[in-house]
Design a protein around this ligand. Structure first.
Ligand code: GAL
Length: 666
């Protein structure tokens, strides 16, 4: 985040996407009144308004938006104003069908939904720039403007375009990266399968081919596609910055434990504040744990600074298999969970529930049934709760454990040619995070290669692809006294997806004091037993000791007697390896030992099951958020004043589903 453009609030953000163009003007007046009643202080406006704002090329109709912004300003509501480029109008596709995106199988997608554009299209970019400039000039001085919202969820529907324009842009990107065709041929290993390129024109995106397209070509195309989306964002951001240098510019990242197309580590440094969208899966009984993980990823992207939830849902969404409403209390609990983990506010999609269009069954802050509803009462009560948290704004989350999270490793694990399709990159990361969540320990999520200073324990799940810088940082961290836990299928390939030869886990053999000669995926349902009584699934490795000690070995399965868990003392620290996927109890037991060795402690001792505690700290004090996800009231020992309920410790009763935010006595 640029220092001079820090998130400009001294209050927690409360609000949502506001789409007034779907309603008659009389409704707008009511909207502002209701926003005031709910304590809303920010709404996102005009995200999907291009077709109304520019009904034909270069003819603009801003009157309705002028009236909306004036009304909002009159009501004291701030605006997160979109530059409206998220979805081009039908006239663009009609006049320039070449701006439409093309799939890997060569199908040109049609307009009629949203986001139907090729990110590399010069025509799309030019039209988006014109619209951005006009909006910036018109509203740059508007008193309601607080922040610019560029586009929407880059890459959500179209993350990669395979058209000829994209192909030419890909070649330019490759030329810049590798300099020469020789460099490209080396990196892509094109002597394999007669793929050697002799002219740049021969190089294409990894379109549908008779068998696996070259893996490095696939990886580079993902990197290129992320860079194209960043370039698109930056071009529009720079126009906004030029016209309004003091207004922060952001876009909303799609943060889900399964959303892999965009490398957000690469994107995050280009926004003035990290804003994310997160939706829980309504049938997931552990949705709150997945939420905690995604919130920790978001905080990581923000470099530990405060961030904001730009969208989540008040209740059901409209795009899952069964869109089940949230349970009682979840609206508030989920919002405050994000705040506990460093968000300075949580907004919703959307303000008023649509009556037409694809999202009419998606929940909103004002439901179809109106204000005499549970959702509306919850929205109002959340506004009141957030209004009591002014002191917390700007504080940051405390953690002494880091989890290394990496899009390259994610991508290499998504490729079509790999040992096991059952190894999904986020699985092990989430399993480790879940075990520590249950132990009441807060985890920071960090980029591979980031400085690990200040942490006691570093978790390295399935870091299949790793470059030399990240290896060196982990080695330095351990030698200096840190504890690391690396898990299976890590350290295998370099940044070009070439195997680091000499035995697995190539990059970490020395650090871990082991060598693995063979990788062995297990069939679905297969279980191996370990000598400490724990059980494992999915994957085992035939490992030999080279300085490490075997802590646990396999009792059954293909590698009886081979180490499954090893421990290696290096300098002042310790490097652990877990070569298999332990069942949850076993993983919790192992982490208990590793956490103990690292001297990591939970935020509050002896937390009951299903209760989450996170501490935020800053010049205004320290604040412990305690969230009770369980069905029974719990008593928590914490000394201070609950900002939400006004009660004071040393012991606080937190009702089933309740939340306390305790300003600790110092
Ligand atoms: C997001 C999107 C919103 C809305 C929402 C529904 O992905 O940014 O515009 O569609 O999903 O859950």
């Amino acid at each position: 985040m640029a220092d001079d453009l820090a998130w400009p609030w001294d209050r927690m953000i409360h609000g949502g996407d506001y789409n007034p163009e779907q309603w008659d003007e009389e409704v707008w007046v009511d909207d502002v009144r209701l926003m005031q009643e709910a304590g809303v202080n920010l709404v996102s406006v005009a995200i999907f308004s291009w077709a109304l704002l520019e009904p034909e090329p270069d003819r603009f109709e801003f009157g309705w938006l002028d009236r909306v912004l004036d009304l909002l300003d009159g009501g004291g509501i701030g605006v997160n104003l979109a530059n409206a480029t998220a979805s081009p109008p039908p006239w663009l596709a009609a006049r320039h069908p070449e701006t439409l995106p093309v799939t890997a199988t060569g199908i040109r997608l049609s307009p009629g939904a949203r986001q139907a554009y090729c990110p590399s299209s010069p025509i799309f970019r030019e039209r988006a720039a014109i619209l951005t400039e006009r909006i910036a000039e018109r509203y740059g001085e508007h008193p309601a403007l607080r922040v610019w919202h560029v586009s929407n969820e880059y890459g959500c529907h179209v993350s990669r375009c395979y058209c000829d324009v994209s192909a030419a842009a890909f070649r330019r990107w490759l030329e810049e990266r590798y300099g020469t065709l020789d460099g490209l041929n080396r990196a892509w290993g094109t002597n394999f399968w007669s793929q050697r390129y002799h002219r740049w024109e021969e190089v294409l995106p990894p379109r549908a081919a008779p068998s696996f397209p070259n893996p490095t070509q696939q990886l580079d195309f993902r990197r290129f596609s992320t860079d194209e989306l960043i370039a698109l964002f930056c071009a529009e951001r720079d126009i906004l910055r030029r016209v309004t240098p003091t207004v922060p510019v952001t876009t909303n990242f799609v943060i889900g434990s399964g959303f892999e197309p965009v490398d957000y580590w690469a994107f995050a440094s280009h926004v003035d504040v990290v804003a994310i969208d997160h939706y829980t899966h309504s049938v997931d009984p552990e949705a709150h744990i997945e939420l905690a993980y995604c919130a920790d990823v978001s905080r990581g992207l923000a470099g530990g600074d405060p961030w904001v939830v730009m969208e989540h849902s008040t209740s059901a969404v409209n795009w899952q298999e069964r869109n089940v409403p949230k349970r009682a209390g979840e609206l508030q609990r989920h919002s405050l969970q994000h705040v506990a983990r460093g968000a300075d506010g949580a907004m919703f999609f959307q303000w008023r529930q649509s009556v037409a269009g694809a999202e009419k069954y998606h929940s909103a802050m004002v439901p179809h049934a109106g204000t005499d509803t549970k959702v509306w009462r919850d929205v109002v009560s959340l506004g009141a709760a957030l209004g009591r948290l002014d002191e917390v704004v700007g504080t940051t989350v405390e953690a002494s454990v880091a989890l290394v999270y990496d899009w390259d490793s994610w991508w290499t694990n998504e490729l079509d040619s790999r040992p096991s399709q059952a190894v999904r990159y986020p699985d092990q990361a989430r399993a480790l995070h879940r075990a520590l969540w249950q132990a009441g320990i807060t985890v920071d999520v960090v980029r591979a290669g980031a400085s690990l200073d200040g942490y006691r324990l570093v978790l390295v799940p399935t870091l299949t692809m790793v470059d030399n810088g990240a290896i060196a940082e982990l080695e330095r961290f351990v030698a200096a006294g840190g504890v690391a836990l690396v898990t299976y299928f890590s350290g295998i390939v370099d940044q070009h997806d070439h195997v680091r030869p000499g035995g697995y886990p190539g990059a970490f053999r020395d650090l871990l004091g082991i060598v693995t000669e063979e990788l062995h995926p297990l069939a679905d349902g297969d279980i191996v037993e370990l000598t400490d009584g724990t059980r494992a699934t999915t994957w085992v490795e035939h490992t030999h000791l080279r300085g490490a000690e075997a802590v646990v070995t396999y009792r059954t399965g293909p590698y009886v007697g081979s180490p499954a868990v090893t421990r290696h003392t290096v300098g002042d620290g310790v490097a652990w390896y877990l070569g298999t996927r332990l069942e949850p109890d076993g993983l919790a037991g192992l982490l208990d030992i590793v956490v103990g060795e690292a001297g990591v402690r939970p935020v509050l001792p002896g937390l009951p099951d299903g209760v989450e505690a996170v501490r935020r700290r800053g010049p205004s004090g320290t604040f412990v958020f305690v969230v009770n996800h369980g069905d029974a009231a719990v008593e928590i020992a914490v000394t201070g004043r609950d900002l939400l309920g006004g009660r004071t410790g040393p012991a606080l009763l937190i009702e089933a589903g309740g939340v306390a935010v305790v300003a600790e006595d110092v």
